[in-house]
Design a binder for this molecule. Structure first.
Ligand SMILES: [Zn+2]
Length: 162
């Protein structure tokens, strides 16, 4: 029995998402994230990977990236949430999506897209609806820049780093 099914998402009203088709235990590999492996040089030279567009590009190592922007990559349908229940995980040139907590049947599977904070962040509003939502798709470590309610965690990090 598959672990997930494709359904209309609650996060993006126009789009699709992946939902748990059964209860999933923390640590379970749910789906492989597949695509084309390309060299960094190809990434740099192609217009497709312009930072201003939402892209499905993963850094695999210092030579290769993985472009998941293909219809055969079902995992690209996973939406971003500020309270994600999954994360992208990888080894070598393989990527997959792992549950980071127990997930109940019927819950939408979500990841942290990990977009960095820059002047373009307002292009990617977040509608995840979670209590932690900062309003934009920005990686957890950068959300304090947008909303002060995240600043406590940041200050803690500063102290640890000193
Ligand atoms: Zn959000």
């Amino acid at each position: 029995m598959p672990l997930y099914k494709i359904k209309k998402t609650n996060i993006d009203k126009k789009g699709l998402g992946l939902y748990a088709a059964q209860n999933i235990k923390k640590g379970t590999k749910i789906i492989n994230y597949i695509g084309k492996i390309i060299t960094k040089k190809q990434t740099e030279q192609s217009q497709k990977y312009d930072n201003a567009k939402p892209i499905y590009l993963f850094n695999l190592n210092n030579r290769y990236d993985l472009d998941g922007d293909y219809s055969f990559n079902t995992a690209r349908l996973i939406n971003h949430s500020c309270s994600n229940n999954c994360e992208y995980d990888g080894k070598g040139l393989k990527l997959w999506v792992t549950a980071i907590r127990d997930i109940k049947k019927g819950e939408e599977l979500t990841c942290d897209y990990g977009f960095s904070y820059d002047e373009d962040y307002k292009q990617f509003p977040c509608n995840c609806g979670s209590k932690n939502c900062c309003g934009y798709i920005v990686r957890a470590e950068s959300r304090w820049r947008i909303n002060k309610k995240f600043s406590l965690g940041y200050q803690k990090n500063i102290r640890i780093n000193k």
